[in-house]
Ligand binder design. Structure first.
Ligand SMILES: [Zn+2]
Length: 67
């Protein structure tokens, strides 16, 4: 579930209005905006995971070759 950028509370989707509403602070956000943000963050997280994995296998290689 997407979180409110302002207060980090779970957002509720208003399907008819194509908007997300925060039940805590009452702010409205465009569905597209939030979905894009959610996807970008997920993407970043996935990329970071790959980087960490690549780094650890790299240092493993270095250790084995004695560099
Ligand atoms: Zn909020």
């Amino acid at each position: 579930m997407p979180k409110c950028p302002k207060c980090n509370y779970t957002l509720v989707l208003l399907e008819k209005r194509m908007k997300y509403k925060c039940a805590k602070c009452g702010r409205l956000f465009r569905q597209k905006e939030i979905d894009t943000k959610e996807f970008a963050e997920w993407n970043k997280k996935e990329r970071r995971k790959e980087e960490t994995e690549a780094k650890s296998s790299y240092s493993e290689l270095c250790g084995k070759s004695g560099l």
